[in-house]
Design a protein around this ligand. Structure first.
Ligand SMILES: Nc1ncnc2c1ncn2[C@@H]1O[C@H](COP(=O)(O)OP(=O)(O)OP(=O)(O)O)[C@@H](O)[C@H]1O
Length: 219
């Protein structure tokens, strides 16, 4: 589904990712574990095309993802939950969820939206509320819903459990686990193994911009 080959990049001449390699198979849930500043967000942003790579390849479903413009990548079936959620405060919940579809110039797939509401019924209940009226945890759910509407093949979830109360973290884990039945591929970052270990098939450990270790969880 996604292969990252020897990916390197610098920000303001400081090397941030150095020869990163990983692969995510169809229907696989993969963890990306690393301390603050290890490069998790930078790797996800590079996959989304929000930061330019210097060298290396991103191959998604057999095509050169690195050759696609950032706005086109969501249209290829990749959904992204950024660490800081980035909802538009004055848009309603539903408008926020539909933003990536507008951005990728796709017509709204209402059956996909309905599927997301079925998966997380609480979101349907506050679909008309402005994003700024939601709690931080509710905003995480909306950001996950937004990623799911366009992420028909691959989801990149950047620290989805960070700052989330235990009950909501449990709910998020259940939602993420259920995505296996949909054959979705998922990359989840976390600063340690606390939550992701329960849902991932394998884990990559990232340290100072390099992946030095891969561990299969269910063997
Ligand atoms: N825009 C930027 N300008 C300068 N340095 C940056 C920038 N973005 C990231 N970095 C640096 O790149 C390194 C990796 O940051 P990144 O945000 O990818 O780490 P992370 O593993 O996601 O950690 P965190 O959980 O703290 O976000 C850090 O040393 C960070 O300071």
């Amino acid at each position: 589904m996604l292969t990252v080959n020897d990916l390197s990049l610098s920000i303001q001449k400081v090397p941030i990712l150095d020869g990163v390699a990983l692969s995510i198979a169809e229907g696989e849930t993969v963890g990306l574990i690393g301390r603050n500043g290890a490069g998790k967000t930078t790797l996800m942003r590079a996959i989304m095309g929000l930061i330019d790579r210097e060298s290396g390849e991103l191959i998604f479903k057999g095509r050169k993802l690195h050759a696609e413009k950032a706005h086109a990548r969501a249209g290829l079936g990749i959904g992204y939950l950024p660490e800081d959620r980035r909802l538009v405060p004055h848009f309603t919940v539903e408008e926020n969820i539909l933003v990536p579809l507008w951005a990728s110039k796709k017509t709204a797939d209402l059956s996909r939206l309905k599927w997301v509401y079925d998966l997380m019924p609480e979101i349907g209940r506050f679909a008309d509320r402005k994003a700024l009226t939601l709690s931080g945890g509710q905003q995480k759910l909306v950001a996950l819903a937004r990623a799911l509407v366009v992420g028909t093949d691959l989801l990149l979830l950047d620290e989805p459990f960070e700052g989330v109360a235990p009950a909501l973290a449990q709910h998020l884990m259940e939602v993420i686990s259920s995505l296996k039945d949909e054959n979705l591929s998922v990359l989840i970052s976390e600063s340690d193994y606390t939550h992701s270990k329960e849902v991932v098939d394998k884990v990559y450990v990232i340290e100072r911009g390099s992946i030095n270790q891969m561990e299969n969880i269910n063997e």
